[in-house]
Ligand binder design. Structure first.
Ligand SMILES: C[S@@+](CC[C@H](N)C(=O)[O-])C[C@H]1O[C@@H](n2cnc3c(N)ncnc32)[C@H](O)[C@@H]1O
Length: 404
């Protein structure tokens, strides 16, 4: 592979924003890709993948390059040189690479790879937490898998099409997909491509959604005509799925504390041909209280550490703080306690997270079931999804039923 100067500069600019200005990697990459219209799909792929790879392995590369945060531009170039050397890319004779000790880099890599926190490039506290919660062996495999690049998975919007027709339509736009057994609405891209540019996407035939995430709406056991509350709807990945499972019949009340997220859901709903969603911002306790005892189904897709989706958000490793996890667990308990009151007798609710930590998952459900608010509920079933076992994102979902 030959390195192109303007693409490498874009990577360095992106890393500077992510590491030093605390910006989110996905947003930064999106911005970078808009920088030059002449860049083709290979150029774009190079920028996105290189930025993500260096973010993923920040600790390892910084250690090999012998640089410390905050990284100045020379430091970032040194980390870039480590990445390129380990990839077997010949470094051009640019001034940034004049003193790169290629041989030493390989030796340091072999030595540091013996220690998991360097090999998998994770902060000590996350490594300790993972071991404490999952045990050494499962954690080691999980964090290794969480450093892999995630596949692109689509969810077919059955309100507009079916899997076969979508496959054919994408094929006509040079995008090959395959079905994933046991995931009824999922298609996997055989090669990465910018699916958002396709006609099929613009027509609302699919959404991009990981296969594990697609199991959540199914788990809620919705039927057309029901009254369903999606209490932490965000931009509505699961709300849209619920709408298609309900064949657009009945009512979905999509709630969130952030109006900006619900606005995105509105746009997506229009594209998806969904018209049974009502949006409600949670700006006081009122919207929740109004729904006490009214919902046939309730989804609590709770805010969480995101430790199941590091493949998609590798920068979360560096942005997360132990206090954040402690706080978010309090929010999880609170929403379980308060929002569960919306379920009607005989109704069901699903509590879900994209975390692999038992303390955010089954422990929260157990705590809820023994609390005053949870005494009217019984546990029906749950799914604990680890990325290294499923090949998809780490997730948790539990179904509870309210007594009649
Ligand atoms: C895991 S995300 C939801 C993802 C979304 N359901 C989807 O499928 O795309 C959790 C959401 O909970 C929201 N949230 C955080 N605290 C909340 C609270 N107290 N009540 C309701 N929503 C909350 C966040 O804004 C975020 O959108």
């Amino acid at each position: 592979m030959r390195l192109h100067r303007n693409l490498c500069f874009a990577v360095i600019d992106g890393l500077h924003k992510i590491f030093n200005e605390n910006e989110y990697a996905d947003k930064v990459v999106q911005q970078l890709l808009r920088r030059d219209k002449r860049w083709g799909s290979r150029d774009r792929g190079f920028i996105a993948e290189t930025v993500y790879e260096i973010v993923r392995y920040k600790r390892l590369y910084a250690e090999i390059a012998n640089v410390k945060e905050p990284f100045d531009r020379d430091n970032l170039w040194r980390m870039f040189a480590v990445w390129a050397t380990l990839k077997g890319i010949k470094l051009p004779d640019w001034k940034y690479f004049e003193t790169t000790p290629t041989r030493k880099i390989k030796g340091r890599f072999d030595e540091l790879s013996k220690t998991r926190k360097y090999k998998e490039s994770i902060p000590d506290w996350i490594d300790d937490l993972g071991i404490e919660e999952l045990g050494e062996s499962a954690w080691a495999k999980e964090i290794e898998m969480q450093n892999e690049q995630a596949d692109v998975i689509l969810r077919v919007n059955t309100l507009k099409t079916n899997k076969k027709d979508l496959q054919l339509k994408l094929q006509s736009e040079n995008i090959e997909t395959e079905v994933i057994p046991n995931y009824p609405s999922a298609l996997k891209l055989i090669e990465r491509a910018n699916v958002f540019k396709t006609e099929a996407f613009k027509n609302g035939w699919f959404e991009v959604q990981d296969a594990s995430s697609q199991l959540v709406a199914d788990f809620l056991d919705v039927k057309p005509g029901m009254k369903v509350v999606d209490a932490c709807a965000g931009a509505g990945g699961k709300t849209l799925h619920l709408a298609s499972l309900m064949e657009n019949k009945g009512q979905i009340i999509a709630m969130d504390i952030y109006e900006s997220k619900l606005k995105k859901l509105k746009i997506r709903a229009r594209r998806n041909g969904v018209h049974n969603i009502e949006l409600k911002v949670i700006d006081s306790t009122k919207p929740i209280k109004k729904l006490y005892g009214k919902a046939d189904r309730l989804l609590i897709d709770a805010p969480c550490s995101g430790l199941g989706v590091l493949r998609r958000n590798p920068d979360a490793k560096w942005k997360l703080q132990p206090e954040f996890i402690e706080n978010i667990k309090k929010v999880q308990s609170e929403v379980l306690e308060k929002y569960s009151k919306m379920v009607k007798p005989g109704g069901k609710m699903v509590y879900a997270t994209c975390s692999v930590l038992p303390s955010e998952n089954q422990d929260q459900v157990e705590k809820f079931l023994t609390s005053e608010a949870g005494k009217d509920f019984k546990f029906v079933k749950d799914k604990k999804i680890l990325a290294h076992k499923s090949g998809f994102d780490g997730f948790y979902m539990a179904q509870l039923e309210k007594n009649k």
